[in-house]
Design a protein. Sequence first.
Length: 412
Amino acid sequence: MTSFTAKLAPTAFIVITLGFGTWVPYNDVGLIIVSDMLLTGWDAPIVGTMYLDKPLKEHTLLQAIARVNRTLAVKNAGYIVDHHGIVEHLDHALKIYGGEVKAAQVWEGVESELPKLQATLDRILKLLPRKHDPVSQREDYKADAETLLDPAARLDKVEDFLELVKQFNRSIDRILPDVRGVEFKLYFTLFAEIRLMLRDKLPGTAYRERITKLESVLLQQLLDEYISASPAKSLLGKEVSILDASDMDRLKKLASPGSQALVMKNQLKHTIETGRDKDPVFFDKLAEELEKLLEEEKAGRITQAKFLEQLDLFAQRIKEKDNTGFSSPAHSAAFHYLESHLSSDVARSVTTKLFQDAELSHSMASGNWKAMPDLHPEIKKRISSLLVPLAGWQCTIARDHASRLLTILLKN
């Protein structure tokens, strides 16, 4: 199972047989090699792709390919990878056993889907204003689209846009990760941002269009790829840091609320991920709280304005994380760690006395002590001996905490 599929269906559950009368539950099965029985008699909606390397015809062919045709909320289609050439028998099988199913309704591959994707893209671009270029003038283009797609005045155009985007997303999901779909990625994220802008404007639940679970996973995957490739850049193509007030002011002036949310969310994730080594307790707690907020936003239980407000508060907490009264981020990180195991007052007292200790200070006085591994056991031993009386821990417990504190100090 790919990581993408695992995100779509994290609770995949399969039952396998180990022998007569023995059934065992098993999670996260990624690949099953079958011959006959499971090929035509096994029903598991999670199955998305089948690789065929044997001749199949008529009812056996239809029963086999139906293994990937079971519906599931997070599936857009079932895929058959034909290594034998069974497609030539498909028309005949459908004529005999297919009922209402037509051969044209069967997706044959990227070659047949690409023209559909391009045609849908052309229709969307024709529907939206063409005053600005969607690639080089992305923010201006989104502002034009937001003006045009006013549900109060042009609900018909809004509905046309939403329907076309659903078709576009369905096609791009079928094509990716084929390289021929790469050029369409920026349009996928662009249209998703426009939909986010529309979400809170649509009248009532009957018209309120939300990004589907499949689209959410795919969108986040594409945004993560972008952030991984250039973590300091926002979707605006400009250098942006959530820790820089002027950057945030610039973002709010230039970007729509949907863009702001996407940029800030991904910048927060990147900041948390890169900060975890240096201050694990602070950033682990922040990551847990952010995940809960994202779940609230995904479920539609929070407005976009409130979501942005909460993201702002997260950024503010990161900026103020070292306002602990200690002289360095390393000391603050040590304090955060101790505070997770002791009361705040005791943790502050222990942290202060640790770094006031003359022997420990002497060992760490050298600017390159981190690159001197022979010193590390001595430093760990000294921290451990101090923690016993200061924190009231037994020797074994103090040694464990000393090891963790040394790791934090080495990372800072």
